[in-house]
Write a protein that binds this ligand. Structure first.
Ligand code: GDG
Length: 461
């Protein structure tokens, strides 16, 4: 049986995966099953180190080998903060206005991918199957191929792929998309992303569509597909019923017994639509005054990429919006918004989800959005909360029984939140049952198997 090699920017010890989250659990489980290798950045930035160089650390974590490489400060700035999060993240989320097309970034991005390829080559065996994750590592397979790697290599993009003319704004778009053809299988979250890929490669790269999502260009054939990522529903249900989950639920239930609780949970990021959500909540209070003194929004925005300027601007905007809503509508015994700019322990999240009447998952663009699925998994089927979901989250292709909104339409979103708050029990139960069925059938183990089966059986070009 082939060994699985997972490559991602960050690497997590599978034995501590519960703290790290569902994806780490799933990848850790896949690796542990056959024994495997997890390769990526160590998280260490070496001040004054030489560009393109970094020490490799190899350690054993149960049956999984963790191989990680340090980065020098210059490479970290150009590859991670610069090209990955200053160019690819905003453009792939359709935010050309926030992209910083600095000519120096691409060199560092290419250099780090070459460094990773060089270090990974020393660890590879001929029959390893390599699964590369996300936008930080698009050219990794091309670099590996240039060094003689003939293994099967698959790539999964966790974020959306934008339409052709948005993608084409990246000065190196042709190079990036050509690099994808070094993979045998390229996976996207949603059918919309797959469609964008198919249109792009045919229009810009002259690719030939061979049918069944196989494309030929640059003398190589790749297979593309939509593989919507899921969560580990059983793991999340277990967390919900574990002591900390139950304690959290009971404490919050008592605290909010007289209120209607709305909940938002995300990393603080401009793709998540937080200012628009707060405006919709304000409109809800203005338009439907029955909610005054009652509807309370808990918004958790956990710190993320704080060393980038665009995030500081967003932080200030959110603080000012929350302050204005509380100042305009708050009473001595009721504050409409509780805004928490801190990381909440993962074990406490399920209790919080379970007590909420409504979850607001309203990104402006999102690859999938796992919070939507976690909320469904944590509900009490006898008295479930309602999911208000952006139609621009990848999850909207699957979660059709959620209340779908256009987050740019502030008034429309406020109306839908009101509908969610008023929804009768029988309708809530029916919707939740269908949603739960969906996330159970298409969970993270299903996703992993779907991708790896496609890579090992049909993925070879
Ligand atoms: C990328 C794509 C895609 C959030 N706040 C806290 C916390 N979280 C956890 C949630 C959830 C995870 O972080 C966020 O996952 P999302 O899927 O919502 O979003 P991204 O981080 O942007 O992830 C996305 C995903 O990759 C997987 O492919 O779905 O579209 O952008 O698990 O629970 N966890 C803890 N404290 C917090 O305060 N412990």
């Amino acid at each position: 049986m082939s060994r699985l090699v997972v490559v991602s920017n960050r690497v997590a010890d599978p034995r501590k995966a519960v703290a790290a989250g569902g994806l780490a659990v799933a990848l850790g489980a896949a690796l542990s099953a056959t024994g495997g290798l997890w390769f990526g950045w160590s998280g260490t930035v070496v001040e004054g180190g030489a560009p393109g160089e970094g020490e490799l650390h190899v350690q054993q974590a149960g049956s999984v080998t963790l191989a990680t490489v340090d980065l020098c400060a210059e490479d970290h700035a150009g590859y991670y903060l610069g090209y990955s999060n200053g160019v690819l993240w905003p453009v792939f989320h359709y935010r050309l206005d926030l992209a910083r097309f600095d000519a120096g970034f691409i060199n560092a991005y290419r250099r780090v991918n070459q460094l990773f390829a060089r270090k990974l080559m020393t660890e590879l065996r001929p029959d390893d199957i390599i699964w590369v994750h996300d936008y930080h590592l698009i050219p990794l397979a091309a670099e590996l191929r240039a060094m003689g790697c003939a293994n099967r290599i698959g790539f999964f993009l966790h974020i959306p792929l934008p339409p052709q003319l948005v993608l084409a704004a990246i000065p190196q778009h042709e190079w990036l998309m050509r690099a994808l053809f070094a993979y045998d299988l390229v996976g996207f979250q949603a059918e919309a992303d797959l469609l964008h890929f198919s249109r792009y490669v045919q229009a810009e790269a002259g690719a030939v569509d061979l049918g069944e999502h196989r494309f030929r260009a640059f003398d190589r054939t790749l297979r593309a597909g939509a593989f919507p990522i899921g969560i580990d529903v059983d793991e999340f249900a277990a967390l919900t019923h574990a002591k900390e989950g139950v304690d959290m639920y009971e404490r919050m239930k008592e605290e909010y017994s007289r209120r209607k609780l709305l909940l938002g949970v995300e990393r603080l990021d401009y793709s998540k639509g937080l200012p628009q959500r707060l405006r919709a909540f304000k409109t809800l209070l203005q338009k439907y005054p029955g909610n005054l003194g009652s509807a309370t929004l808990i918004q958790i925005a956990s710190p993320s990429r704080e060393d980038m300027g665009t995030y500081t601007d967003l932080l200030q905007e959110l603080e000012s919006l929350c302050g204005a809503i509380n100042g305009d509508f708050g009473e001595l015994d009721w504050m409409p918004v509780r805004y928490i700019h801190r990381n909440v322990a993962r074990r406490r999240l399920p209790g919080l989800y379970r007590v909420a009447r409504v979850a607001l998952v309203t990104p402006l663009r999102d690859g999938m959005n796992l919070v939507a699925k976690e909320f469904i998994a944590a509900q009490d089927p006898a008295d479930p909360g309602v999911l208000v979901l952006s139609r621009f989250a990848g999850a909207a292709e699957q979660l059709k029984q959620a209340l779908l909104v256009n987050p740019y339409d502030i008034d429309g979103t406020a109306d839908t939140i009101q509908q969610a708050l008023q929804m009768p029990l029988s309708e809530r139960q029916q919707r939740h049952q269908k949603l739960l069925e969906n996330i159970r059938t298409q969970d993270v183990h299903w996703w992993r198997k779907l991708f790896l089966d496609a890579l090992s059986e049909g993925g070879k070009a």
